[in-house]
Design a protein around this ligand. Structure first.
Ligand code: HEC
Length: 134
């Protein structure tokens, strides 16, 4: 009977630990609503190479958004709002034009990539973000 209690206690600790680990990235509050002008949201992506987007992601985005876009990059810890979960339905239901706009413009603490990436490069990284879909 004594052992049983120990086992149950052990399992409870494990459950709490696992829960806190898996929810860590999403536990932070979301940023305020971020509206995209209608003309930008409806922009269509040209045909681009998502593979090229992978390198751009690794160099410019991964540090915050994580390898798979789960919002668990090494810098995410120090940011007080959520970096989002790009595998989610909510994120993936946004248009290419919206993702292009967010990436191009940025919003603190996320930097703007207006100067750093060409339009083609932004479309490539948009295509790459589509591969995060669950
Ligand atoms: C310094 C950390 C940081 C870097 C680097 C960064 N982001 Fe972000 N990103 C964020 C944060 C934080 C948010 C949420 C901003 C908000 O809600 O105000 C965000 C939001 C976004 C959004 C909007 C998400 C949504 O659900 O509306 C997109 C798209 C995005 N980032 C793409 C990128 C891409 C692509 C790159 C690289 C080219 C990148 N980010 C680099 C921190 C970062």
């Amino acid at each position: 009977m004594k052992n049983m209690k120990k086992i149950i206690f052990g399992l409870a600790i494990l459950a709490v630990f696992t829960f806190s680990q898996t929810t860590n990235a999403q536990a932070k509050p979301k940023g305020k609503e971020w509206k995209v002008p209608a003309g930008d949201a409806s922009k269509k992506s040209p045909k681009v190479d998502a593979v090229a987007g992978k390198d751009i992601w690794g160099t410019n985005c991964k540090s915050c958004h994580g390898i798979k876009g789960l919002g668990d990059g090494t810098k995410a810890e120090k940011i007080d709002i959520s970096c989002g979960d790009f595998s989610s339905k909510e994120f993936q239901s946004k248009s290419d034009g919206e993702l292009f706009y967010y990436t191009k413009i940025g919003r603190k603490p996320m930097p703007s990539f207006k100067e750093k990436l060409s339009d083609t490069e932004v479309w490539q990284v948009v295509a790459y973000m589509r591969t995060f879909k669950k």
